[in-house]
Design a protein around this ligand. Sequence first.
Ligand SMILES: *[C@@H]1O[C@H](CO)[C@@H](O)[C@H](O)[C@H]1NC(C)=O
Ligand SMILES: *[C@@H]1O[C@H](CO)[C@@H](O)[C@H](O)[C@H]1NC(C)=O
Ligand SMILES: *[C@@H]1O[C@H](CO)[C@@H](O)[C@H](O)[C@H]1NC(C)=O
Length: 236
Amino acid sequence: MHLSSTISFLTTSLLLLSTTTALPANDQNRRPCDKNKTRKDPLTSCPLEPAPSLPESALPPTSLTLRHVLLGKGTQNYTCANTNSPPVAAGALATLYDISCQVTDPNSRAKFDQKLIPDFLKNFSKSVQDLLPSTASAASVGDHYFRDGTTPMFVLNDGHFVAAGKVGGCAAPSSATGNENGAAVDWLKLARKQGEANGGIEEVYRVHTAGGRAPAACSKAGLLTVDYVAEYWMYG
Ligand SMILES: *[C@@H]1O[C@H](CO)[C@@H](O)[C@H](O)[C@H]1NC(C)=O
Ligand SMILES: *[C@@H]1O[C@H](CO)[C@@H](O)[C@H](O)[C@H]1NC(C)=O
Ligand SMILES: *[C@@H]1O[C@H](CO)[C@@H](O)[C@H](O)[C@H]1NC(C)=O
């Protein structure tokens, strides 16, 4: 190689090098082309691929990417003005557990949706650790509560949170276990309220609900809490 062509070659290489290093840092949310590098749920390291599909329902669909599949176990709250008055919804309080490990495995998924969710409700005092087959899921990953009457919050232990609002709802399937006599709260689609999130969660679906619905009439005045369990599918 002549000196001039060597220099030109070096210059081109340097340019290429600097172009390479100038590329933006890899966004961790982008799906890698390498099929074996599966996207994982950062809360548990459980795989989110092959991506489990959201249970079919009349709720508006999503075009976003699945981030977490969580189990919520807690109470739906109502207030009762007096005996025989209709209960009025007053938020909810639940502990969240990551169940990505369960729902991405087709073998455990069916069992989970159809049996384990209602099992939680049947024996509410039983710990999640007793009922979840994977140790990756046994520790709670966050909390669900209401900031005000219409703002459900999902606050995760990794600092991510979303303040949401209802954008769609439908009655839980009448055939579902956990919905005997219409006992299950509605399935919902929630979406992030303007500017109120950290971590990129945009939409939350509440599905496979068991329990949580109030009776038609109160039996006494005051706070009425109804145990419930549900899956929360988070997209962003
Ligand atoms: C991906 O993983 C599968 C199963 O673990 C393996 O058989 C296959 O060779 C891997 N492919 C690549 C490209 O590494
Ligand atoms: C809802 O009920 C729980 C008990 O399960 C209670 O700790 C919580 O403070 C109640 N929240 C509201 C808003 O009443
Ligand atoms: C509920 O779970 C608790 C704790 O694991 C256990 O002691 C109790 O026997 C269970 N009750 C029923 C009805 O299964």
